[in-house]
Write a protein that binds this ligand. Structure first.
Ligand code: SF4
Length: 444
């Protein structure tokens, strides 16, 4: 079999950083001559891009490994690798009890994949690469990137890696290392090449984009980066995620206000409406600061959509402290939220905190919050019926082939009559219905 006959499959869980890693891994494998398949039975290389932020994605990755083990019994030359946060967290221990596993590749090591695959092919021995930048001296060591192949309307562009914030519940600083920013010229160069390749929308990615530049010698911040990227010809929409409330500067809000291709959407994770819980989470802002930043955003960008994350049931959370979160949700009425109940993640500060709540209490609080936030989301979307939005058409609807779906600049889904010829186009759509997951509309 030649390399060109060989196929790979990638399974991905977790955040957009993992989606970008999966795309990088696909590009690396394609540059080695592999082609992509959706059928795991015919794959010569199977890579799992794993997530450790919650228990469930780790369980799913481990169960996928069990399925791949059976396939490997029929195809012993198949190479199975685990990448991402679980690989970094568990390291070579993942091999224990899994003789079929060939590779464990940490979050800062995916550029080593070609070499590692060749070593496995030559020796049929287990290999791993888990180095992680742990010090600020390592911080400039940003992994090399492989240019994207193929056509697509949208791309992620990482602007920084890792995180220095050490929120008490979060494993990211331990599995993605210390924060390190890519030089501004590197990011802009990548965006220019993507624009030439036909990309219309880019999302700048980082665990906390608002602290972009802190590790660079050049004196630049995220507002400077946004202005530089906004000037690239051909990019119609710029998004970014994720933003930390403590670092959301006036300069960034002004850039959002001034730059016409920066979309009117921000994801700003509040986590809790109670100051004592925020302190114990090590979030380093108060609920008043969050309220003030939301007001400043709405003041500067009147049609902005603001979404958030809520984490309920943090260790020691009292009924009153949870009620403060409910009250904040009711008061600030954000467009939508990802809502989770706290789960212990090994090796995090919150693992050792007293007052772990029962599953029953956490689920009950989560249910109450979901009810409140979903009602608010529906009310907000219903109040937009009759408005006209610019929509980037992304796909024909899978449920009804006479309709297409796309996103507004506010990152809300709209479903309306159309066909495949509209994909990639910006069209104006009048909303006719508002629902939890977005709008139904018609061409304006
Ligand atoms: S800011 Fe906090 S929650 Fe976000 S990645 Fe960093 S440590 Fe995790």
């Amino acid at each position: 079999m030649t390399t060109t006959d060989r196929k790979f499959i990638i399974f991905t869980w977790g955040c957009q950083m993992n989606e970008d890693d999966a795309e990088q891994i696909a590009n690396i494998l394609m540059s080695m001559g592999y082609s992509s398949t959706q059928n795991e039975e015919e794959a010569d290389v199977a890579m799992l891009v794993t997530c450790s932020v919650r228990e469930k994605p780790e369980e799913k990755a481990k169960s996928k490994l069990g399925i791949l083990r059976e396939i490997k019994q029929r195809n012993p030359r198949m190479i199975i690798g685990v990448c991402g946060c679980m690989a970094q967290r568990e390291g070579e221990k993942l091999k224990k009890g899994r003789p079929y596993l060939d590779l464990v590749i940490g979050t800062a090591s995916i550029w080593q994949i070609p070499n590692l695959i060749r070593q496995v092919e030559d020796t049929r021995k287990f290999k791993y690469a888990l180095d992680l930048p742990e010090t600020s001296a390592d911080a400039l060591n940003v992994p090399p990137r492989v240019e994207r192949a193929g056509e697509s309307l949208k791309s992620f562009v990482p602007v920084m890696y890792g995180c220095n914030n050490f929120c008490a519940y979060c494993v990211v600083p331990y599995v993605r290392g210390r924060e390190r920013s890519r030089p501004l010229a590197d990011v802009v160069g990548e965006v220019e090449r993507l624009a030439l390749n036909g990309r219309r929308e880019i999302t700048l990615l980082g665990q906390n984009v608002n602290s972009y530049g802190a590790t660079l010698d050049e004196k630049v911040d995220f507002a400077d980066l946004l202005r530089a990227v906004s000037a690239v010809n051909g990019i119609q929409r710029i998004r970014f995620t994720t933003s930390h409330p403590k670092d959301l500067s006036d300069r960034l809000i002004e850039a959002m206000r001034d730059l016409p291709n920066v979309c009117e959407h921000i994801h700003l994770a509040v986590q809790s409406g109670d100051d004592e819980i925020l302190r114990r989470m090590n979030r380093r802002y108060t609920s008043s600061h969050f309220r003030e930043r939301v007001a400043a955003l709405r003041n500067a960008v009147p049609d902005i959509a603001i979404t958030t994350d809520f984490l309920v049931g943090f260790p020691g959370e009292t009924e009153q402290q949870f009620a403060n979160t409910l009250a904040l949700a009711e008061e600030i009425r954000l467009d939508a939220a990802f809502m989770f109940s706290y789960n212990v993640i090994p090796n995090t500060a919150a693992e050792k905190l007293d007052g772990q709540l029962t599953k029953k209490v956490k689920n009950e609080r989560l249910g109450r919050l979901i009810e409140v936030q979903n009602r608010i989301t529906c009310e907000i979307n219903a109040s937009h019926v009759g408005n006209i939005y610019e929509v980037l058409v992304e796909a024909v609807s899978s449920k009804d082939r006479t309709r297409v779906t796309g996103l507004t600049r506010q990152n809300k889904t709209v479903n309306f009559k159309g066909d495949a010829s509209m994909i990639g186009k910006l069209v104006n759509v009048r909303t006719t219905e508002g629902h939890l997951y977005g709008y139904v509309g018609e061409m304006a």
